[in-house]
Design a binder for this molecule. Structure first.
Ligand code: PLP
Length: 450
């Protein structure tokens, strides 16, 4: 069975059948829609992908964090098939249907916080973020939004403006108005003159200085933050930061929006990463989720405190496809399976297998500047020099490329593409995990400064 198989390369890459499709792609699709995989998928199960020529790869990108449940889960397929037999698209403003309502109720219950909530559905992470911002502005009747350096929130105009990084933004000015950027507390890249115990204060002071310097806190509708930055390389803020951020929000009547698009649905060892906030008594006012919710069918959700979600009027939010029944049926089954089979625990166990290996590699290979892991949200950041911490995107690319031709698919992250991130499906078997880690170590050993 493909689900339990191991990577196996049986042709040169790309193989003959795959080559034909890749050649066609090169003339049919804009080259900006880029892909460097040396194969074309034929079918997939769990963490494993088979190509048109019979090669088998292990997918540790998982649709960029969309397939926490794994490729082609049989129960999810059945739920979507059953739904497809009944109806595809009544449209939620036209005909009532149960799947949208049941999923909204489920998210209201499973997102952190026992206060009353409501949920609306959209099609992508970016669209979820756009709508969270619209709702926050309407509720607060304020215009300004604070986002963070290194943050990623999508590519539509508001989401792109909230996103950090010139690769995504520079060519598309003028950007959306009313967006401000605070410094994300990246402990590893904080000036070493600042003592570890002062790091939280340093970043909180910087944020509060924005209110002294140029931004009236009474004009700020919301602060938007990823609980763990995804595209920036899986960076969590230091302990205590979120509590103080929440205090700033409370002091000035600012809403706190959590972007759980990449962290949600068990990746971090909890159903939502903001459950770690809840341990400190901190809750988001609005939580945006997407990606792994519907196992690959486009769907995003904005879940917020009832009074906030009720502040928008008919016509102000929505869309033709948001909360499509096929996506909702998929999501309902995904959540049922994740709860029944304790996927949060699977993520913790994957982290426990990987982190000791990372620690050993850190001792051996000087190119590893640091490594990170919360549950199965795991990454290795590469540097040219541990003292200067100069990012090393080349070694990250070399490792990814080496692994790809051995049959392991990985993706980079970080402002300089200096980080290799691991996003294995949470159903990856122990044997597959150890084979994948062996391949990564082989690559690090080949390319790292010793
Ligand atoms: N927010 C976060 C944290 C993300 O990681 C992403 C995508 O990677 C988005 C938002 C945008 O989601 P989408 O690509 O579905 O628009």
């Amino acid at each position: 069975m493909l689900i339990n198989s191991l990577p196996k390369i049986v042709t040169e890459l790309p193989g003959p059948k795959c080559k034909l499709v890749i050649e066609k792609r090169s003339t049919a699709i804009p080259s900006a829609v880029a892909c460097s995989a040396p194969f074309v998928i034929d079918r997939a199960e769990g963490a494993m992908v088979q190509d048109l020529d019979g090669n088998i790869f292990m997918d540790w990108v998982a649709g960029i964090s969309v397939l926490n449940i794994g490729h082609s889960n049989k129960e999810v397929i059945k739920a979507v098939q059953d739904q497809a037999e009944r109806y595809f698209h009544p449209q939620i403003n036209t005909i009532h249907y149960k799947e949208y309502i049941d999923l909204a109720e489920t998210l209201n219950n499973i997102t952190p916080g026992s206060f009353k909530k409501r949920t609306a559905f959209f099609n992508s992470g970016a669209e979820g973020i756009e709508n969270a911002v619209k709702i926050a502005r309407k509720y607060k009747r304020r215009t300004e939004i604070i986002a963070f350096s290194g943050g990623f929130h999508g590519r539509t105009y508001m989401a792109m403006t909230l996103t950090s990084g010139n690769t995504y933004r520079a060519a598309f000015t003028p950007l959306a108005p009313g967006v401000h950027r605070a410094e994300f507390p990246n402990e590893y890249r904080t000036n070493s003159n600042i003592a570890k115990e002062n790091i939280v204060k340093h970043y909180i002071d910087q944020l509060e200085y924005m209110f002294v310097d140029y931004l009236s806190p009474e004009s700020v509708a919301a602060i938007l933050i990823e609980p763990i930055q995804g595209e920036n390389g899986f960076i969590a803020p230091p302990a205590g930061y979120i509590k103080q951020l929440r205090q700033i929000c409370d002091k000035h009547g600012i809403l706190l929006i959590a972007d759980e698009v990449q962290t949600g649905f068990c990746r971090t060892g909890k159903m939502f990463a903001t459950e770690y906030w809840a341990d400190e008594g901190v809750y988001a006012d609005i939580l945006v989720s997407a990606k792994s919710m519907a196992a690959g069918i486009p769907l995003s959700a904005v879940t917020g405190r009832e009074e906030i979600m009720q502040s928008v009027q008919v016509g102000e939010i929505g869309g033709t496809y948001g909360g499509n029944p096929l996506a909702c049926a998929s999501a309902l089954k995904v959540i049922e399976i994740m709860q029944r089979d304790n996927f949060a625990d699977k993520a913790i166990r994957i982290g426990e297998k990987c982190l000791p290996r990372f620690a050993g590699w850190y001792e051996k290979y000087k190119s590893i500047g640091t490594y990170r892991g919360t549950g199965a949200m795991l990454s290795l950041e590469f540097v040219k020099d541990r003292i200067t911490k100069e990012p090393d995107p080349k070694i990250a690319a070399d490792i990814i490329n080496y692994c790809k031709y051995k049959g392991l698919i990985l993706k980079n992250a970080g402002s300089y593409n200096q980080t290799v991130r691991l996003l294995m499906p949470l159903v990856t078997t122990d044997e597959q995990i150890s084979i994948g880690l062996d391949m990564i170590e082989e690559a690090i050993n080949k390319f790292s400064i010793k």
